[in-house]
Design a protein around this ligand. Structure first.
Ligand code: HAM
Length: 393
């Protein structure tokens, strides 16, 4: 149901399903940033029989961008996926070694309107599940023109406070200084309270871009909070970054999704310079958030009609086939169950109508059409069943 809801939401915005391989050459994922935990510590890599160095996919973006670089589809290339990812994490509630993401990626436009579309889509998928306690956090990390000076300013700030940072970040070299801003430990948090903020170091084009994203989201009624600590755990991000934090979940694992722009990734993978943006929503965490907010409605029945056949099942076989061919969702019971058991199954299926075939109906060439909501039942000629069902649904 979650995947169907996602597919419907992003399908309405023109995204097409892309299925990428579960593993790739290790090099594809190394572009995500060797200083990141995902690449540096958590990758499931192995050598195959041909001594190729491969890795199980730790996330979805790299494979989509690799596919773009290899196949060069027309731009904009708007892809969605629902796929498992593998990270050698310390497994705990909300953090698993195999998790699943529902995500989109778009390659092509630099337009801030696209950032708005992508952020708003993520928000609308989450809102569509009925979740209300999810906060949209937004930041901009700048681009190749302004980020190096910002990172240098941050590194200088951190160097002066090295001894106040947590054990992990006291060790030199620091790798990517941005990561310290993301550290959840108290020592790092208090040491970086007044650290330089990327938003104060944006060049003019990045500042304009960020302002347009904010204005666009406001125009669409998508609420967000600017979070200057939001640096994300992968190194490919430029400009817009965002994360969805479920306040109903424990804070260390409360990100139900995240994403952002990665304008340099396609080029880093050997393709033409092509901007990109996307997000990934964590399926397991979304479900945990739904549980915590008690919002996930029982899956709605996927069929409209249930065929109850007490004459051996031959009519059920034919009727369900006819209905499905006509595009009407239909199910039936098997193993010649009793009438009572079949009606129970019909109720559980969520169907609106039951088509009932007993010995009498079979002899008369009719089917009893029963409305499962008000219980009304009427005989209908066998040849008129399809038209009658259509009329009632
Ligand atoms: P990420 O933030 O690493 O981003 O993962 C996206 C979401 O996947 C997280 O917010 C979280 O809900 C879920 N997740 C990640 N790791 C785990 C885990 N070990 N156990 C359970 N859930 C997990 C990315 O992967 C980027 N590819 C997102 C993106 C797409 N950026 C641009 N396009």
């Amino acid at each position: 149901m979650l995947v169907a809801h996602f597919a419907r939401t992003v399908g309405l915005a023109g995204y097409g399903l892309v299925v990428s391989p579960m593993f790739e050459e290790l090099g594809v994922f190394e572009r995500l940033g060797e200083a990141t935990d995902v690449v540096g510590k958590e990758m499931y890599d192995f050598h195959d029989k041909g001594d190729r160095h491969l890795a199980l996919r730790p996330e979805g973006t790299a494979s989509i961008v690799r596919a773009y670089v290899q196949h060069r589809p027309p731009l904009p290339f708007k892809a969605w996926y629902a796929a498992p990812n593998f990270r050698y994490e310390r497994a705990q509630a909300g953090r698993y070694r195999q998790h699943h993401q529902l995500g989109v990626e778009v390659l092509g436009p630099t337009d801030a309107d696209l950032d708005v579309e992508v952020v708003a889509l993520a928000a609308s998928v989450v809102a569509g599940l009925g979740l209300t306690r999810v906060e949209m956090l937004l930041n901009s990390l700048g681009d190749g023109a302004c980020r190096p000076a910002y990172v240098a300013a941050l590194a200088a700030f951190l160097a002066e406070r090295q001894d106040q940072l947590c054990d992990q970040h006291q060790r030199l070299p620091l790798g990517n200084p941005l990561r310290v801003l993301d550290c959840k430990r108290d020592s790092c948090r208090s040491a970086t309270d007044d650290a330089p903020r990327s938003l104060d170091h944006l060049c003019e084009p990045c500042r304009d871009h960020f302002a347009r994203v904010g204005d666009g989201l406001t125009a669409l009624g998508v609420s967000f909070t600017i979070d200057t600590r939001l640096v994300r755990g992968l190194d490919y991000y430029t400009r817009t970054t965002f994360e969805l934090a479920a306040t109903a979940l424990e804070s260390a694992q409360n990100a139900v999704g995240g994403g952002g722009r990665y304008d340099g990734l396609a080029e880093a993978m050997g393709g033409p310079p092509t901007p990109g943006i996307g997000f990934g929503l964590g399926v397991e965490r979304l479900l945990l958030a739904c549980d915590a907010e008690e919002v996930l409605a029982a899956p709605k029945g996927s069929v409209d009609v249930f065929v109850v056949d007490t004459t051996g099942g031959g009519e059920a076989l034919r009727l369900t086939d006819e209905l499905r061919r006509a595009g009407i969702g239909a199910d039936r019971a098997f193993d010649a169950r009793s009438m009572k058991a079949q009606f129970k199954a019909a109720d559980r299926s969520g169907a609106r109508l039951a088509l009932v075939v007993g010995e009498r109906e079979l002899a008369e060439g009719t089917v009893a059409v029963r409305d499962l909501i008000d219980g009304d039942q009427e005989p209908v000629g066998r040849d008129d069943v399809l038209a009658d069902v259509r009329k009632r649904l």
